[in-house]
Design a protein around this ligand. Structure first.
Ligand SMILES: Nc1ncnc2c1ncn2[C@@H]1O[C@H](COP(=O)(O)OP(=O)(O)OP(=O)(O)O)[C@@H](O)[C@H]1O
Ligand SMILES: [Mg+2]
Length: 248
């Protein structure tokens, strides 16, 4: 494995990242397969958000390669190199803040208005379609403050997928939600992958959500991938740190 383009949709190779004296990532190697959902687990502060942030240019590795659909984005130097990536990569941020002063429909339409030249009628019909997909048809004209936490997350998800991305990254999609509401989010993530074959990365410490959405799982520990494997291999892992993370 030298510098050749990987066959996986996403591949982190020997990724290092420090902030001042603090070495957060020190040699992450991870493959993410096309059309599958890979869950990244790890304790708070281990560098999950830092790692996935590299896929959309929030951060740049100090060393290593970050391959995304055939390009090493760690070599990018200008915003115009990122534009095509931003168009086909959805990122649901930890917290998933909506625009408070915009309606639900306005929030979902935002990326379409920003990044496409679709006529207004077409934007409206796409927004309707997405809202019905998340089962929130009736909420188009509501303001975010009128919605429950779970509904806000669903609208955040709708906004993330408005441009029909091929890759979707979810950073803690269920944090702060009760188990039932969290299940509806897991279900949407699963459906999106099943219906549109998107390549997904789900960062989470919600073990229940992890097992519901994952095809594969990987755990970050001490700046590296401690274990990666198929969901069922992970479920039956013998690795003590992973076992205690999963089962307390
Ligand atoms: N821009 C930054 N400047 C300085 N330190 C940072 C920056 N971003 C992240 N860090 C540090 O890097 C470490 C990893 O942060 P990161 O947000 O990736 O953790 P995480 O695994 O996502 O945790 P959580 O589960 O709590 O979201 C933390 O110690 C954090 O303080
Ligand atoms: Mg995080």
């Amino acid at each position: 494995m030298g510098n050749e383009v990987p066959t996986a949709a996403i591949e982190f190779r020997n990724v290092h990242k420090a902030f001042g004296e603090k070495q957060v990532l020190c040699g992450v190697d991870l493959e993410v397969r096309a059309g599958k959902t890979t869950v990244i687990l790890g304790s708070s502060g281990c560098g999950k958000s830092v790692l996935v942030g590299m896929l959309v240019g929030l951060l740049r590795p100090d060393r290593g390669a970050v391959w995304l659909e055939g390009q090493d984005v760690a070599t990018f130097e200008r915003d115009d190199q990122w534009h095509p990536i931003w168009l086909r990569t959805g990122f649901l941020f930890q917290g998933a803040a909506l625009f408070d002063s915009m309606t639900v429909a306005g929030n979902v339409a935002f990326p379409l208005r920003q990044h496409t030249r679709l006529p207004e009628a077409e934007i409206r019909s796409r927004v309707e379609e997405i809202l019905s997909w998340i089962e929130m048809e009736g909420a188009a004209d509501k303001m975010p403050s009128e919605l429950s936490g779970g509904m806000q997350k669903r609208v955040g998800l709708a906004r993330t997928i408005a441009l029909e991305p091929r890759v979707v990254i979810y950073d803690e999609p269920t944090t702060g939600l009760d188990p039932l509401t969290s299940d509806t989010i897991s279900e949407l993530i699963r459906r999106l992958q099943g219906e549109r074959q998107v390549t997904s990365i789900v960062v989470t410490h919600d073990v229940r959500c992890a097992f519901r959405v994952a095809d594969r799982m990987a755990m970050i520990d001490d700046g590296r991938i401690l274990v990666a494997g198929e969901r069922e291999e992970i479920r039956h892992t013998e690795v003590p740190k992973l076992r205690s993370f999963l089962y307390g």
